[in-house]
Write a protein that binds this ligand. Structure first.
Ligand SMILES: [Fe+2]
Ligand SMILES: [Fe+2]
Length: 183
């Protein structure tokens, strides 16, 4: 699985490989996010109050397209777990939506909080390096924060077992990030 550059230095990853990892995990994350909203829309899309979900899905689509482009331009190997994010993202979105619209919003809050933290860490690590990637990350992070706020405004905290649901999804997202950076 490891790429040639990873073998060059023990310990810290070479700069280029570290940036490749960032792009790989972000691409996977945006793909997963789009699938979550697709799963939510499969269940809730015909309701009159589906517009906020559609708005978030459209933004995730734009994020994904931007990382699709970057992954091609920079010749980054995409995650080998693509089929997993395809199924798991959709299943998470649809399953929480089946619990109700507020549970879907709780899922949104949990996932978007994780992505906010993740992008904040990446931006800090980049510092002055790679302004192209950093500008993207910061722009998308602002929209992920908007998504979290939409989830809260749309009643996430009224979902049954809100804290439990949120913590479980955050843990799952953390594992997903760890995996997508590496595999
Ligand atoms: Fe996104
Ligand atoms: Fe988002």
């Amino acid at each position: 699985m490891s790429e040639p550059m990873e073998r060059d230095l023990p310990g810290d990853l070479p700069r280029g490989e570290s940036i490749h990892r960032m792009i790989r995990v972000d691409h996977a994350g945006e793909y997963g996010a789009r699938r979550i909203y697709e799963g939510q829309l499969a269940v809730l899309g015909r309701r009159r109050d589906a517009d906020p979900i559609r708005h978030m899905a459209a933004q995730e689509q734009r994020h994904l397209e931007a990382f699709d482009k970057l992954i091609g331009e920079r010749r980054v190997r995409p995650t080998a777990l693509h089929p997993l994010w395809h199924v798991a993202g959709y299943a998470l979105g649809a399953a929480t939506a089946l619990l109700g619209r507020e549970a879907a919003m709780a899922c949104t809050v949990a996932v978007e909080e994780m992505i906010d933290e993740h992008y904040a860490k990446q931006a800090a690590r980049l510092g002055a390096d790679d302004p192209e990637l950093k500008t993207m990350i910061e722009a998308f992070r602002a929209e992920e924060i908007e998504h979290r706020d939409i989830g809260l405004a749309e009643g996430a905290e009224r979902a049954p077992a809100y804290s439990l649901l949120r913590d479980a999804i955050k843990t799952g997202s953390r594992v997903a990030i760890w995996l997508a950076e590496r595999i």
